[in-house]
Structure formats: C-alpha cells, structure tokens
Design a protein around this ligand. Structure first.
Ligand SMILES: NC(=O)c1ccc[n+]([C@@H]2O[C@H](COP(=O)([O-])OP(=O)(O)OC[C@H]3O[C@@H](n4cnc5c(N)ncnc54)[C@H](OP(=O)(O)O)[C@@H]3O)[C@@H](O)[C@H]2O)c1
Length: 328
C-alpha cells in the first residue's frame, strides 16, 4: 500500500516521498485496521517535515498527525467498533497512508458528517476543548480571551465555549475578520494592538477575565496579562508572531499571575488522558457533524498529489486534506 514518508528534515519538496509500505496485517487483541478516508496537513506536520518541532521522530518516518478512517477489520476482543464504522485515527499515528493498524480501546464510532471536517477533530478542536478545561474551572457566563482567533484552534474554540456557556473575547490581527468571527458566535471580537487590555475591559463591561489563551506571543502576551486579574492565568498554546512572549517581571511579581504552556502531545502521554481524549471526541464530533465547528478547507488531494498539497498547506490559507483511498 502507499504512504507518504519523510526521508530527511528539510524542504517538503525535497524530503517527502510517496512510497510502498507493508500492509499493516491483521489486527491483534485491542486493535483495529482503518482505511484512512481523510487526513489533513496540520502545522505540526509541516514543522516535523522542517525538523523544527518539540519532538522529532526517527527517520524514515510515515507522516500524518491525524485523520479519520473506516474500520476494515477488528481484533478478536474488540466489541465497540465494527467493520464499516468511521472513527478517529489516534493523533500521531501516521495517517498519510492507505491503511493503519491502531489500538482501539478509546476509539468510538463517529456520527455521519463531512469526513474532511471530522478528520480535523483530533488536534485543533481537541486542543481548543482542552484549553478550556485543563487550567481553570470555567463556569457558564465566565469570560475567556483567545488570540490568533482566526486559526483552526480559535475558530474551534468559539463554538465549544458557546456550547459550554462560556463567553469569548476573540482577538485577531486583521479587522476584516471581526464580522466573520462574530457570526461564528464570538461574543466580542477585537483587533490586537497596544490598547488591547482597555478594549477587553470595555468589551466585557469590566468583567473579570477567567482565562487568557495566547496563540501569538510577542507583545500580545503582556497585553493579555494586563487584562487579567491578580492571580489570573494565561496559557500559551502557540507563538504565531515568532517573537518571544514579552512578560514584565514586576507585573508578574505584583499580580501573582500564572503563565503556562500547553502541548497536546505531552498531554496525550499522561496515563488516563487517551481515555479522556476519547470523551472529548464524543463531545466534539456532534459539533463538527452539525456544522457548528467548521474549518476552512483549501483543497483535497490524493496522496500522489503530495507536492502540490504540501505547497498549498504551507500558505496557511485553510486546511489541506489528503484522501489516501480516493474521494470518500
Ligand atoms: N499547543 C498545542 O497543543 C497545539 C495544538 C494545535 C495547534 N497548535 C499550534 O497552533 C498554531 C495554529 O495552528 P492552526 O492549525 O490553528 O493554524 P492556522 O489555522 O493555519 O492559523 C494560523 C493563525 O495564525 C495567525 N498568525 C499567523 N502569523 C501571525 C502573526 N505574525 N501574528 C499573529 N497571528 C498570526 C493567522 O492569522 P490570520 O488569520 O490573520 O491569517 C491564523 O489565524 C500552530 O502553531 C500549531 O502548531 C498547538
């Protein structure tokens, strides 16, 4: 069968190859084989290809961080999935292949829906859901601020927060996105700038901000800290500006605020979290199937079109999705 393999770290055009790889064979106890129907190109894939990620796999490496697949065979003791079910390819399971054998213990059938959208569930919507639940206890009516809000993480977070009754101030860098994010359900949308903290206070009527989620870094991080109360919490989940997160030492000392980082890869390694991840998929799949979470798709491609697909993905203008077994 075919798969996309990374042969060295570098420019995608030079280091990614379409190769023949052995079929995964029959599933053992606790395993299923999935025919991958859709698998996106995430920034994570591009970082791994470039060799600039938090953890790099030994080479050669079969690529593809997430996706959805149709069950083709189940192991002897697997009763909760059957052939024909659509389910998530567990994150970081090498999904840019025709078939993959995975551990099935937390996998569940997905509802009917757009497979391209469902294929995006495991990294960005899941990260958005975890950012809202792993750091502070949020109650209905609480305010959360998120930057890089037009990203797949930000666009997922808006409907997830709404479904939990949490109110959002979303922050973008381009004014033309304000109306679009309002239509997605963000309570308030602001454009980043030196007066961000004042804008947040105006937007919420001075309400306390329960959590700040920063995907930008640079000067934006301190602006968010300025909007947080004493002992408030800010979580960095990306640094899209490419600049070090500017944090004033006196400010942190005098406010006792907490600055944390979050990386879903580490979170998934904690014992018990794969099962919790399964529960998150159960919460998110209906939001995706109903269209409440819908991420812009730039195009869909066969594995053999990988050069074009990776070039389009690198422009970050919507998600690129592979269909390893042809159009579903
Ligand atoms: N920590 C984790 O566990 C975790 C999980 C998932 C994703 N991530 C990371 O989150 C990031 C976004 O991923 P994604 O798939 O959501 O990406 P995406 O959909 O391509 O969105 C990228 C976003 O970054 C914004 N951006 C780009 N350059 C910027 C700059 N200089 N200043 C401010 N904003 C800038 C873009 O703004 P415009 O909309 O204006 O173009 C866009 O909204 C990636 O770095 C990814 O690795 C982290």
């Amino acid at each position: 069968m075919r798969g996309l393999q990374l042969t060295a770290y570098g420019e995608a055009a030079d280091v990614v190859r379409l190769v023949d790889v052995p079929d995964p064979g029959a599933p053992g106890p606790g395993e299923v084989v999935l025919a991958v129907e859709a698998s996106p190109v995430d920034p994570t894939d591009l970082y791994i290809i470039a060799g600039v990620y938090g953890e790099l796999p030994p080479l050669p490496h079969l690529l593809g961080c997430e996706g959805v697949g149709r069950v083709t065979a189940v192991g002897p003791d697997v009763g909760h999935l059957k052939p024909g079910d659509l389910t998530v390819v567990p994150p970081l399971s090498n999904a840019w292949v025709e078939r993959v054998k995975v551990s099935a213990f937390w996998l569940r059938p997905l509802p009917d829906g757009d497979v391209d959208q469902l294929s995006l569930l495991g990294i960005n919507p899941a990260t958005a859901a975890l950012l809202l639940s792993e750091f502070v206890t949020l109650n209905a009516g609480d305010w959360v601020v998120v930057t890089a809000a037009n990203s797949a993480v930000g666009r997922s977070l808006i409907p997830i927060a709404r479904s939990r009754g949490i109110r959002t101030v979303t922050v973008v860098r381009r004014p033309e996105l304000v109306e679009e994010l309002r239509e997605l359900g963000s309570d308030k949308v602001l454009v980043d700038g030196p007066d961000l903290a004042v804008g947040i206070a105006d937007a919420t009527g001075g309400a306390e901000i329960a959590l700040a989620l920063d995907g930008v870094g640079g000067e934006t991080t301190q602006r968010l800290l300025d909007a947080l109360p004493v002992y408030g919490t800010l979580v960095l989940w990306s640094g899209m500006s490419g600049q070090p997160a500017a944090v004033s030492a006196p400010h942190l000392i005098f406010t006792g605020q907490t600055v944390r980082g979050f990386w879903i890869v580490n979170w998934l390694k904690v014992p018990g979290n794969p099962e919790r991840f399964g529960k998150i998929c159960e919460e998110l799949a209906p939001l995706i199937a109903s269209g409440a979470i819908s991420l812009p798709i730039a195009g869909t491609y066969g594995l053999e079109q990988y050069a074009e697909a990776l070039a389009v993905a690198a422009r970050y203008g919507g998600k690129v999705v592979f269909h390893p077994n042809g159009r579903p």
